[in-house]
Design a protein around this ligand. Structure first.
Ligand SMILES: NC(=O)c1ccc[n+]([C@@H]2O[C@H](COP(=O)([O-])OP(=O)(O)OC[C@H]3O[C@@H](n4cnc5c(N)ncnc54)[C@H](OP(=O)(O)O)[C@@H]3O)[C@@H](O)[C@H]2O)c1
Length: 283
């Protein structure tokens, strides 16, 4: 498996026809002094080199790209409300993406080698984690205790298969049940699944790009470990509120001054919402 060098939904050459009436690209690029400036030229530079990352927007070794951490390009993609929630306080699946964003997401999935979600998302949403518009990625469920139900959609959706990324603490009968259901079960670390070890294991399986689709706890886990290269957030025109509703990044949170620093790559109006892409800077 490797990077599919295709134009992305964010690249000038590859924009889907969304009917969006306005679009802007801004960047806080090197030397900008923190002032947002148009980066059409920079985007064109990425396209012009034909060296885009797996979804084409930010390339690890390109002029505009971030470096790849640990040999696997990791992108977080999610849909959030204006107040930053991934779902309501009931934590059930809710549609935030527009039709245009869903189309983008399915295209994105087909250009990544693997896609990962946390067990919280599997239990709440039971997603298939497939692409309706292209090849399916390898599915990864980060689930330290191997709690994934054997009838979960992600286990039974064909394609290149599913890995349950558990830890040494998972009960062997659960591991055996998931293996009998067709999953490969990894044990990465001892308590909570060790995400660095997981990326190493994926790399050994020739996975060089991973799309992380939440939820908020797993997004935190990847960010906290410094494993994320790029974040893409679709902001839909809703407000959910609720102090217990999942947000884009949950977990215990960073202390002041320790938070991840991100650089804006592009913004785009997409079917009534706004898509923004951010490069995670080295801490
Ligand atoms: N709008 C969107 O784009 C979107 C996308 C995805 C999900 N969602 C919503 O988000 C909610 C689920 O999110 P969530 O935060 O509760 O669950 P989650 O992030 O999907 O899963 C979190 C769980 O993953 C396991 N895990 C194992 N190793 C981990 C590690 N190193 N770091 C972090 N987690 C690790 C932990 O459970 P164990 O300790 O048992 O292993 C943890 O509780 C649902 O409401 C869903 O609808 C929305």
């Amino acid at each position: 498996m490797g990077f599919a060098l295709q134009p992305d939904d964010l690249s000038p050459a590859g924009e889907p026809s969304t009917g969006a009436s306005t679009e802007s690209r801004v960047s806080l690029g090197t030397g900008s002094g923190g002032v947002a400036v148009p980066v059409d030229a920079a985007c064109a530079e990425v396209d012009g080199h034909g060296s885009d990352g797996p979804d084409g927007a930010v390339e690890p070794s390109g002029k505009v790209g971030a470096r790849v951490r640990r040999d696997v390009f990791v992108k977080i993609n999610c849909a959030a409300t204006v107040d930053g929630k991934l779902a309501t306080f009931e934590r059930a699946q809710v549609r935030i993406s527009s039709d245009e964003d869903m189309e983008r997401v399915h295209g994105l999935r087909s250009r990544f080698d693997a896609i990962a979600v946390g067990i919280g998302t599997v239990l709440a949403d039971d997603p298939k984690l497939t692409s309706k518009t292209g090849r399916d990625p390898l599915r990864v469920i980060v689930d330290s205790k191997a709690r994934t139900p054997v009838d979960a959609e992600a286990l039974n959706s064909g394609g290149p298969g599913v890995i349950v990324a558990a830890s040494g603490g998972a009960r062997s009968e659960r591991v055996e049940a998931l293996e009998a259901a067709g999953a490969e079960v990894l044990r990465a670390g001892h308590g909570t699944t060790d995400l660095k070890l997981l990326l190493d294991a994926l790399r050994e399986r020739e996975v060089s790009s991973l799309l992380v689709e939440g939820g908020g706890e797993l997004n935190w886990g990847f960010l906290e470990e410094g494993l994320v290269d790029v974040m893409t957030v679709f902001t839909g025109g809703m407000v959910f509120g609720g102090s217990t509703a999942p947000t884009v990044v949950d977990g215990p949170g960073f202390a002041e001054g320790d938070g991840s620093k991100l650089e804006l790559v592009s913004t785009k109006v997409l079917g009534g919402g706004v898509l923004s892409e951010w490069r995670v800077l080295d801490g």
